[in-house]
Design a protein around this ligand. Structure first.
Ligand code: ZN
Length: 842
């Protein structure tokens, strides 16, 4: 059991006498660090041992999806630990998140996060040495006089255990440094990601995974001055530490840049002495806001990534390209050194760290930097979208309100992409930049990412109104606000009998409700045409739950439907007749029965573990609908005819999609199957017999584009060597946002408007389907609204397909050229998957 966080109940032993009792990791574990990988429960045991012998505070802050504990260790002098609550309050006062002035001693907070990527497994081992030395070496202990070190020994226990258990199972008795050996080749999906195979170092801002949610709650209670995220990179790379590489977001302050250099120089001192290689200022930039370095940066901290060479390939030892053996012991020594050096330099500069931190938040609240001072989210987005937005803002600790007064206003419209006048209503959500977290707000809501440089590590666009499909405005004036009041959701109070219950189809939450009804065995219909009834209008996709067909539920059916609606926050309309005012009556064949589909999802070798994980997460955590996960290795043993839907996530299907496989899939679709292809899964089907997908419209278009390519290549002959990296990205899409034209009369686009903002992470090009439905298309050469897109990409994408449906025999092929479930933060994409599952082909 983990000790509870009890600030008042610290060990009464004096700090020094306790030291005699605390064991080193080697004494405790029975082997020296680096001799084997330590399983998570043993790591927890060691931390408990340290806590019980020294009086440091251990806090169990939650658990993972696989129910492993998440823990923080608070390391400082016993005097500081007695005043933990005061230190914490002081920090929040400096940030302007609590009233009053800081009192008592000035203590800087340094937060060390280990092993966010599970198979970068050195980090947790290094953390044990770090905590031991900090508490036992008198030369280091003095730093704790003015510094509180918060250690998270393992952010991602599920991923780390996946790696460690596998490695301990397959490793040779004496490790084999030969890179060919099995112990250097992790099987799919590897240990990097968490249970749902999410990259937790992309989830800080989006808060989709339980590990991130529980950790950020604690992080926000402290908001440290320094945060380090320990990582590993390729085996042959020298160590990387701060200062970071360009592009650095323009919001990052001169002080944050300066102190990164100060820290880097302190590390260099130790690395130089040992003759260890390192690099700084390259590769690892500070832009995408959801990393463990940028997110703290945008929250007033000095956020940093440290990268050791190694990762899941290195095992206990591996021969590098230089012919040296890189051992786990080396890797521990390096991460230990930078961790300790970070504490040292932070302690030396604690006073300045605290004053600059306070200044950061003062500036944020009084004179926010960016162009836009208020963001207005229209009430017309509806209660579902507003609830998701405000829940997320709460998680991040961002303040918001409602417009104090209605008036006419002017601002940048995210939807139209230009300045517009609009009517500000007192029901609109307003997020002002004048608040402690203004930097975070401006980075997350900026319509166009401010890119100082286009060579970056991750996606270059994320503006929240596009991701969440919000009608929103960015204003250069500050809008006065009042306290936020969530819109009232009026559910039916008493049970109302009905001929049918009706629900407009607008949001993924409607699909969650539908999923539950279908799994109860209820008959549910959907309207393929809009209709009106009793003066109300209902759009395409509206659910019609008729009494007819559900007689087997008896009289309790009325209550069952309404209770389920209430559970999902749905407002049903109790229709007393099926005779509509306009449109089709409920008995019409255009009001179709939704058959509960049996869904199979492909996983394993060849599939992208991230895309598979996002889809798996969508079914289990977002939709609540049964999915059968099938491994690519077992696929040919499965009787596909027992499934209605097969989903191929993003992946590399070269060997899977061989001629025989395509033939049998084609026959299965012909007989009524629904095949859903995501992202690069499309490429395996393009140009193949039976599939209407191709890269070019016809020979003519192909020739034209190839001719252009040729002329680029010719121009490129005189390219300058020094520009080679930059030239290379002309064909590259760095995760950009594009506006698509949507045919929202097609079931795949029900519930959307006539446009949709897609996050494009590939530069794949597909011609319009000749014979199918081109539902989401690039109909406009200026479709890119934010993010970096290579100079040649936009022209190639003009007039091409992104989302489409091919009807084939009794079945369908659904092409989703962009992943609508990307990192689960592109929330507006879920409805596409909902529609594909429940409406298309029904
Ligand atoms: Zn990493």
């Amino acid at each position: 059991m983990m000790k509870k966080l009890l600030f008042g109940c610290l060990a009464s032993l004096s700090f020094l006498s306790a030291m005699a009792q605390v064991k080193s990791p080697e004494q405790f574990l029975g082997y020296a660090l680096g001799e084997r990988f330590t399983p998570h429960h043993k790591v927890m045991d060691y931390y408990e041992h340290v806590a019980s012998e020294t009086g440091i505070v251990l806090q169990n802050y939650g658990q993972t999806y696989e129910m492993r504990p998440l823990v923080l260790a608070y390391v400082s002098t016993s005097e500081n630990l007695k005043n933990l609550e005061q230190i914490r309050n002081n920090n929040l006062k400096r940030a302007g998140l609590q009233q009053g002035n800081p009192e008592g001693k000035e203590v800087a907070v340094v937060w060390l996060s280990y092993n966010v990527h599970g198979n970068e497994s050195v980090s947790t081992e290094a953390s044990m040495q770090t905590i031991y030395e900090l508490l036992t070496d008198p030369a280091k202990k003095v730093w704790l006089e003015n510094t509180l070190v918060i250690i998270d020994p393992c952010i991602n226990p599920d991923g780390r255990e996946r790696y460690v258990q596998w490695y301990n199972r397959v490793a040779n008795q004496a490790y084999n440094p030969n890179p060919d050996a099995l112990e250097h080749h992790e099987p799919w999906p590897g240990g990097r990601a968490n249970h749902y195979l999410f990259d937790l170092n992309r989830d800080w801002a989006w808060q989709t995974q339980v590990e991130s949610q529980q950790r950020l709650k604690e992080y926000n209670r402290w908001l440290p001055q320094v945060h380090v995220d320990f990582h590993e990179q390729g085996v042959d790379n020298p160590y990387y530490f701060a200062p970071a590489a360009e592009p650095l977001h323009e919001q990052i302050t001169p002080w944050q840049r300066e102190f990164q250099v100060t820290i880097g120089k302190n590390h260099a001192k130790y690395f130089d002495k040992e003759g260890w290689l390192y690099f700084t200022g390259e590769v690892f930039d500070l832009l995408y806001p959801s990393y463990g370095d940028t997110y703290p940066m945008y929250n007033g901290s000095i956020g940093m990534t440290y990268e050791q060479g190694g990762s899941g390939r290195a095992g206990l030892g591996i021969i590098t390209e230089l012919g040296d053996t890189l051992s786990l012991k080396d890797r521990i020594a390096h991460h230990y050194t930078t961790g300790i050096s970070t504490v040292e330099i932070s302690a030396q500069h604690a006073k300045r760290l605290l004053s600059e931190y306070q200044q950061f938040f003062k500036n944020s609240s009084s004179s926010p930097k960016g162009k836009y001072k208020s963001y207005v989210i229209k009430a017309e987005n509806g209660s579902d979208k507003l609830k998701e937005l405000t829940t997320w803002l709460d998680q991040l600790g961002i303040q918001y309100g409602q417009a104090a007064a209605g008036k006419s206003a002017k601002g940048f419209s995210y939807q139209s992409g230009g300045e517009e006048s609009f009517t500000l209503s007192t029901r609109d959500v307003v997020i002002n930049a004048y608040q402690p977290k203004s930097v975070l707000v401006q980075v997350l809501f900026e319509p166009k990412t401010q890119l100082a440089d286009s060579l970056t590590y991750d996606i270059t666009a994320w503006a929240v109104p596009y991701a969440q499909g919000l009608q929103a405005y960015a204003l250069s004036e500050k809008i006065g606000t009042k306290a936020y009041e969530a819109p009232k959701v009026e559910t039916l109070d008493s049970i109302q009998a009905a001929y049918a219950y009706v629900l407009n189809w607008q949001h993924h939450a409607d699909a969650r409700f539908l999923a539950e009804l279908l799994q109860m065995g209820m008959i549910v219909r959907y309207a393929s045409e809009p209709f009106s009834l009793d003066g109300r209008t209902f759009g395409r996709g509206s659910l019609v739950i008729t009494r007819r067909g559900n007689e087997s539920f008896g009289l309790k059916w009325f209550a069952l439907v309404q209770e389920t609606a209430k559970k999902h926050g749905r407002i049903l309309y109790a229709a007393q007749t099926g005779f509509v005012d306009s449109g089709k009556d409920f008995g019409s064949e255009s009001v179709r029965i939704i058959q509960a589909p049996k869904v199979a999802l492909l996983a394993g070798d060849g599939t992208s573990s991230l895309s598979f994980g996002e889809t798996w997460y969508y079914f289990e955590q977002e939709l609540g609908y049964t999915v059968t996960v099938i491994d690519t290795d077992d696929f040919n043993r499965v009787n596909l005819s027992t499934y209605d839907v097969l989903i191929l996530p993003d992946g590399y299907y070269g060997s899977f999609a061989n001629e025989n496989q395509l033939k049998s899939l084609s026959a299965w679709v012909q007989a009524g199957g629904k095949l859903i292809l995501i992202d690069n899964a499309l490429s395996a089907f393009a140009g193949k017999e039976g599939f209407d997908l191709s890269s070019y419209q016809d020979e003519e278009e192909k020739k034209l584009l190839e001719k252009k390519e040729k002329s680029y290549a010719e121009q490129n002959r005189l390219r300058v060597y020094a520009n080679r990296e930059r030239d290379g990205i002309k064909d590259f899409v760095g995760g950009g946002i594009f506006k698509l034209r949507m045919d929202n009369t097609h079931p795949l686009a029900f519930g959307y408007s006539s446009s949709y903002f897609t996050l494009k992470t590939n530069s794949d090009r597909y011609a319009y389907l000749n014979d199918g439905w081109n539902v989401g298309t690039f109909a406009n050469a200026k479709a890119n609204v934010s993010g970096f897109v290579g100079a040649r990409v936009e022209e190639r994408l003009n007039n091409t397909l992104v989302f489409g449906v091919q009807e084939k025999g009794r079945g369908q092929v659904i092409y989703l050229g962009d992943n609508p479930l990307f990192r689960a933060f592109w929330k507006n994409g879920r409805l596409l998957m909902d529609n594909a599952l429940f409406f298309v082909g029904q």
